[in-house]
Structure formats: structure tokens, C-alpha cells
Design a binder for this molecule. Structure first.
Ligand SMILES: Nc1nc2c([nH]c(=O)n2[C@@H]2O[C@H](COP(=O)(O)OP(=O)(O)OP(=O)(O)O)[C@@H](O)[C@H]2O)c(=O)[nH]1
Length: 139
């Protein structure tokens, strides 16, 4: 089975990153994740990610460089997650439209959240390089 193509946004604001929580009624409900979602046909990863963030949170983002790519086998099939470094590029407030909660957290707080298992390599990389100037650099 080919993997489901998924994009995720590592949205940074100063030294914090945005985590969102899946609503209780959806598959894998209640887990925390990086906002994003499945790519539609004929959509580039950057286009898909911008669309998902508007749909989920009501904000515009600028999509920067790729941060990590993860292949993970869930029971129902594999996913390929492309995580991009991003930043918000408007001043609208974040709304929990398709998520049930969101938090701006420090990388040192990642361990306090139950984040989807596929995201472990992303979490580890964020914890390792931190959010210093030599870490995530948004163009
Ligand atoms: N957005 C996002 N999705 C992730 C992350 N990690 C991870 O395993 N995923 C998985 O990638 C898929 C994302 O698609 P989605 O958010 O649109 O999922 P969905 O519940 O609508 O899927 P469904 O319609 O098949 O039930 C889900 O299977 C989700 O579990 C992550 O950090 N961000």
C-alpha cells in the first residue's frame, strides 16, 4: 500500500512552536500533533499545508524549508509525513476550527504532551537542536 501523503507545520513564534490537539471524535482523537493533514490530488506540499492551516486554525502561514520527513506504519497503513518550518504571516488570532485545542510550547515541554507516535523523529530533532538561531531558521 502506498503511504498517505501528509504535511505538518512546525510553526514557530520566537522560541515557541505550535502544537494542536485532535478532536475526541476523530481517529486518533485526543492526541497532540503538528497541524496539517493529507494532501489532495495535484496539490503541492506547500499548497496543501497552507490550505490545511487555514481550514484548521484560520491563519495564513509562510512555508519554509523542510524540517524532517517521516515514514511510519500505522495499523491501517503507512503515512509519509513531510514536516516544514513555517511561520504565521498574518495577525489573525488562531481559532480551534478543526482542532480541539492548541498550545504554544517550548521544545523542552514536548515531553509533557502525548504526541502522535509517528512524530517521534520530529520531536527528537526539535529537542536536540532546540529553537536557537542555529536550529530552525525561517527564511
Ligand atoms: N496533521 C498531522 N497528521 C499527522 C501527524 N502525525 C501523524 O501521524 N499524522 C497522521 O497523518 C494523517 C493526517 O491526516 P488528517 O489529519 O487529515 O487525518 P484524518 O483524521 O482526517 O484522516 P482520515 O480522514 O483518514 O480519518 C492522520 O492519519 C494522522 O494520524 C502530525 O503531526 N500532523
Amino acid at each position: 500500500m502506498p503511504p498517505l501523503l501528509v504535511t505538518a507545520a512546525i510553526i514557530r513564534c520566537e522560541d515557541r512552536i505550535l502544537l494542536t490537539r485532535r478532536p475526541p471524535h476523530v481517529r486518533l482523537g485526543g492526541w497532540w500533533e503538528f497541524p496539517g493533514g493529507k494532501l489532495d490530488a495535484e496539490e503541492s506540499p506547500q499548497e496543501g499545508l497552507k490550505r490545511e492551516i487555514i481550514e484548521e486554525l484560520g491563519i495564513e502561514i509562510e512555508v519554509g524549508p523542510i524540517f524532517e520527513v517521516v515514514y511510519y506504519r500505522y495499523e491501517r497503513g503507512p503515512v509519509l509525513i513531510m514536516a516544514y518550518e513555517c511561520r504565521q504571516c498574518d495577525d489573525r488570532p488562531i481559532r480551534n476550527i478543526e482542532v480541539c485545542d492548541h498550545r504554544w510550547i517550548l521544545p523542552t515541554q514536548l515531553d509533557q504532551f502525548e504526541i502522535l507516535p509517528a512524530d517521534q523523529p520530529i520531536v527528537e530533532k526539535l529537542q536536540t537542536i532546540g529553537m536557537t538561531a542555529s536550529g530552525i531558521q525561517i527564511p
